[in-house]
Design a protein around this ligand. Structure first.
Ligand code: F6R
Ligand code: MG
Ligand code: MG
Length: 365
């Protein structure tokens, strides 16, 4: 059997330029230099990118998922890039590195991770999605559409290879529990859970016929790790496609609707998820609206052929226009819900202080 390949996508915000809007080019250069020095020893290949203020490391290797050497390489890269960010006094330098020293695995230490290991097919198109100014539940609706909704993915209806459906691994991020749910049989059970994006997050998706991995997402919630607001989770998601998986166009299609996600301004507002090219992923209006980018590659014996900037396509112009219209409507709500998040979900709040101050003035009714 051929040696398996592992794809690791690890990301962190280690400093913004200007404010939280984008990334200084020197951080990308530094990350490229460090990953280059690990190529051929540890890595098969890599690509460094950005989405807003998040530094994105896409790596291929033969070490399997949750490998200590790979995670240490990513961690050390973020630490060195933090030094560059500090030297330029960039905004929030090192913001997502929640601990001082690396211990075995970046999980729970701040950076977001999505990894999958599989046997490379004769042709292996891979799609890497990255979002800024939102949280991991942002993938729930698009993943449901890609892997369970025949109105999005006609392959579920007319392609023998995926007609059997997919199995969803859903994480309850508040209770630290996970469950496998089979689709299409259990779609209603799936939806009662994943419609609640703050608590239930799709971690991985497997093809039911043979258990083959199809998609994986990052699910870390920085606020749950640190116990307080420390920045946005800004999740990533990888999807395989074609020949027994949804087609590239079926994976892209859900993003033609800019669904409303939490995470805009101070992690405390809902906003539309706008699909854009990498060069347009610099959210500056009210620190948003939230963005999603996608890089596509063909895998070639572990090497990454690409990338193609997948939302650099006029067929997403309407989604961008719709997102701007939704943004206008939501912004006019100012500090009111449903633009502002419910009290318990805001990442900034003055509620305890205000309640304390007004304590004596509250009367029974
Ligand atoms: C950061 C974000 C921003 C910040 C806001 C306030 O990812 O979404 O909206 O929350 O700019 O940032 P501070 O508190 O650092 O001034
Ligand atoms: Mg930031
Ligand atoms: Mg960010």
């Amino acid at each position: 059997m051929a040696e398996k390949i592992t794809v690791s996508h690890i990301k962190a915000d280690v400093g913004g330029y200007v404010g939280h809007s984008s990334m200084h080019p020197r951080l990308i250069l530094k990350a490229e230099e460090l990953l280059k020095s690990a190529k051929d020893t540890l890595l098969e290949d890599f690509h460094v990118s950005k989405c807003g203020d998040d530094l994105q490391l896409i790596m291929t290797h033969r070490k399997g998922v949750e490998n200590e050497e790979i995670h240490k390489l990513a961690w050390d890269t973020f630490v060195e890039c933090t030094e560059v960010a500090k030297s330029l006094k960039l905004y929030g330098a090192g913001q997502d590195l929640l601990v001082d020293t690396f211990s075995g695995n970046v999980k729970g230490m701040g950076p977001g991770v999505a990894e999958m290991e599989f046997e490379e097919r004769p042709s292996e198109p891979l799609l890497f999605f990255m979002a800024d100014k939102t949280s991991p539940g942002a993938w729930n609706m698009p993943l449901y559409k890609i892997f369970a909704d025949p109105f999005n993915t006609i392959g579920l209806v007319i392609d023998e290879k995926i007609h059997g459906g997919f199995r969803f691994e859903v994480h309850d991020v508040k209770e630290s529990k996970k469950i496998l749910i089979n689709c299409p049989e259990e779609v209603y059970d799936l939806l009662i859970l994943i419609g609640s994006v703050d608590r239930f997050v799709i971690k991985a998706i497997y093809r039911k016929s043979d258990g083959e991995i199809a998609s994986v997402s990052s699910t870390q919630k920085l606020a749950l790790i640190a116990g307080k607001y420390v920045g946005k989770d800004d999740p990533v998601m990888i999807s395989r496609s074609q020949s027994g998986f949804p087609a590239v166009g079926e994976v892209m299609e859900p993003f033609s609707f800019p669904h409303i996600v939490p995470g805009w301004m101070r992690g405390s507002h809902n906003g539309p998820l706008m699909p854009v090219s990498i060069k347009e992923a610099n959210p500056t209006r009210f620190d948003g609206p939230p963005r999603v980018v996608c890089l596509g590659f063909q895998l070639n014996n572990g090497k990454l052929v690409g990338p193609r900037d997948m939302f650099d396509d006029p067929s997403f112009d309407n989604a961008r226009k719709m997102a701007n219209d939704i943004a206008d409507i939501l912004r006019r709500h100012g500090p009111f819900e449903p633009h502002r998040l419910p009290l318990g979900e805001m990442e900034y709040t003055t509620l305890p202080a205000v309640m304390k101050k007004l304590e004596d003035r509250f009367e029974n009714i």
